[in-house]
Design a protein. Sequence first.
Length: 189
Amino acid sequence: MKLDGKNIALLISPRGTEEPEFSQPLAALREAGATVTVVSTQTGTASTVNGDLDPGSDHSIDSAVGSLSADDFHGLVIPGGTVGADTLRADAATVAFVRAFFEQGKPVGAICHAPWVLIEAGVLQGRTVTSYPSLRTDLTNAGATWVDKEVMTDSGLVTSRTPDDLPAFCAKLIEEFAEGRHEAQTRSA
């Protein structure tokens, strides 16, 4: 399997993460052989949503972000969801955790509203990304070039727009995690 021996952190907000943007990467990464650690701002259970408004599922959280280090992982995935991404970007420990992946040149994936967390981490200057279309101005103001593509990869940073893009997003995540460190990933950190 492509990701045997790889430990991937998968962020989830205690509430408001988009269900398919969490569960589909989780399943794809595990199917590819990765060990996935579900990480949040606190331990316990996280409740996802569908379409930002409808209840999703409850998921167990493996660890609180404040007790972990990016050193322990080969890559990071940040699912979207308007409330979920907003909650994650407001948490200083989560932002520092995300920034550390860039400082270490490790691959990172962010879909839909998750690039808000990347803006807060200050890692987008000079990067080319995609996202949910309403984030375009936020991303360009943060120094990124925004493109309207189902998946965009820029030196280990994988971004996508919406749940419709999940097949391409998951495939590209697996490819980038299999490749490992990307020296150019650190250029904006």
